[in-house]
Write a protein that binds this ligand. Structure first.
Ligand code: NAP
Ligand code: GDD
Length: 379
């Protein structure tokens, strides 16, 4: 069963000087000199590069790979505030001799920086998780989503070719590609029918990954992951929006929760378990595409029942529907068949739907208790 999120020691504060310069190079910065030093010192270790390391999956994958003795490099975006909250507990000052997690400034919208980083880091495995990953938001910024969620994949694949890097590549493909589903349950063979700019961008990224595998013999695999959640899930995705609201309502900090379509059904799993499937795909002799899912589907309404029910509340007393959260086109039902991942990778989910809802609510209750004065607006 899934553990509630630990409340780890935050570790040393991250400062900009701790990150290497990805693009553009900053002469005289720590970055340009620390990468080769690290390469010499830790060269016996396997080296992974993760785009999207500051996201939900990136942070779990970084933890997972560090536990497997990898040297882990991550690309982070420059921002005026720190966006490394999900990594603070595993980050060590790079001056510490055994620091195996290295962060580099960069942007997946910029191919020159990707070439430079790949050249500097020389990873054995590249996990491409970076994306504008919010489906509703993709309707508001479709062109940007096409660029960052779709084209970034070919930027990285081209950068790998240009640098003659013989690394294995993982593409974070999505069940959102099935959209208006053509088959139930969905398998690796189910045709795609995307219903959002995000879904369409992911279909491009999926096929360009297959194309580079077939054209250039690259070890490039697609993980077609169904929805996976955790206490680290972004606060505007429906499960986290709900569990955060449950904790705040229970604490008397808010009374109402406004949501969109309560009838949509999703195949929801636990993110911490899904990152292992990513790694397993890159350990296979041959690259391939795999569905990763629980094989169960539940409505948003059922998630509400599980989450509010866990603390003895009835969601009907608190939830109101606001059409603002409806999507121009909806994905009504997702349910995946992960038989191939089970037989070929030996992967299977362990945390049930009810356990997932409970562990997320418990983590949000803990977070509210740790910050009793926080009366910020709900997302
Ligand atoms: P997430 O929490 O939204 O993380 C997205 C990551 O991408 C963040 O680290 C973000 O950085 C980074 N990013 C966005 N734009 C970037 C840019 N221009 N340059 C560099 N980095 C950029 O997503 P997630 O839930 O971990 O999902 C990981 C991947 O799997 C995504 O590609 C998503 O589309 C895909 N996926 C997710 C699910 C799911 O259910 N979670 C299912 C299937 C597929 P900031 O922190 O700076 O924003
Ligand atoms: N976000 C959100 N907010 N969704 C809501 C709300 C709300 O207030 N109310 C109802 N929903 C419904 C959405 O309409 C959708 O049908 C469902 O809840 C799930 O929405 P999200 O949690 O935003 O996830 P998603 O399924 O659209 O996309 C996620 O999963 C994909 C895999 O299928 C994202 O993580 C994508 O990046 C990922 O590829």
């Amino acid at each position: 069963m899934g553990e509630p999120e630990p409340n780890p020691d935050p570790g040393p504060d991250l400062t900009p000087a701790d990150f290497t310069a990805g693009c553009p190079a900053e002469s005289g910065s720590e970055g340009d000199s620390s990468a080769p030093r690290l390469a010499a010192k830790l060269q016996h270790l396997k080296r992974a590069l993760i785009t999207g390391i500051t996201g939900q999956d990136g942070s779990y994958l970084a933890e997972f790979l560090l536990a497997k003795d990898y040297e882990v490099h991550g690309i982070i975006r420059r921002a005026s505030t720190f966006n490394t909250g999900r990594l603070d507990h595993i980050y060590k000052d790079p001056h510490v001799h055994d620091a195996r997690l290295r962060l580099h400034y960069g942007d997946i919208a910029d191919s020159s920086c990707l070439v430079k980083l790949l050249y500097q880091i020389q990873p054995d495995e590249v996990y491409h998780l970076g994306a504008q990953s919010h489906v509703r938001v993709s309707f508001d910024i479709p062109e940007y989503t096409g660029d960052v969620t779709g084209l970034a994949t070919v930027r990285i694949l081209e950068a790998m070719r240009e640098t003659k890097l013989n690394a294995r590549f993982y593409q974070a493909s999505s069940s959102e590609m099935y959209g208006k589903v053509q088959e139930v349950p969905q398998t690796e063979k189910t045709p795609f029918y995307p219903r959002s700019p995000y879904g369409a961008a992911k279909v491009y990224a999926y096929w360009i990954t297959v194309n580079y595998r077939e054209s250039y013999g690259m070890h490039a695999s697609n993980g077609i992951l169904f929805n996976h959640e955790s206490p680290r899930r972004g606060e505007t995705f429906v499960t986290r929006k709900i569990t955060r609201a449950v904790a705040r309502i229970k604490a008397g900090l808010q009374h109402k929760l406004f949501l969109g379509n309560l009838d949509a059904k999703r195949d929801w799993g636990y993110a911490k378990e899904y990152v292992e499937a990513m790694w397993l795909m890159l350990q296979q002799d041959n690259p391939d595409d795999y569905v990763v899912a629980t094989g169960e589907t539940h409505s948003v309404r059922e998630f509400l029942e599980a989450a509010f029910g866990h603390v003895g509340l009835d969601y009907r007393d608190h939830v109101e529907v606001d059409e603002r959260y409806f999507r121009p086109a909806e994905v009504d039902l997702l349910i995946g068949d992960a038989s191939k991942a089970r037989t070929r990778l030996g992967w299977k989910p362990r945390t049930t739907f009810a356990e997932l809802a409970r562990l997320m609510v418990d983590a949000d209750i803990e977070a509210v208790a740790a910050k009793p004065g926080d009366r910020g607006d709900q997302p």
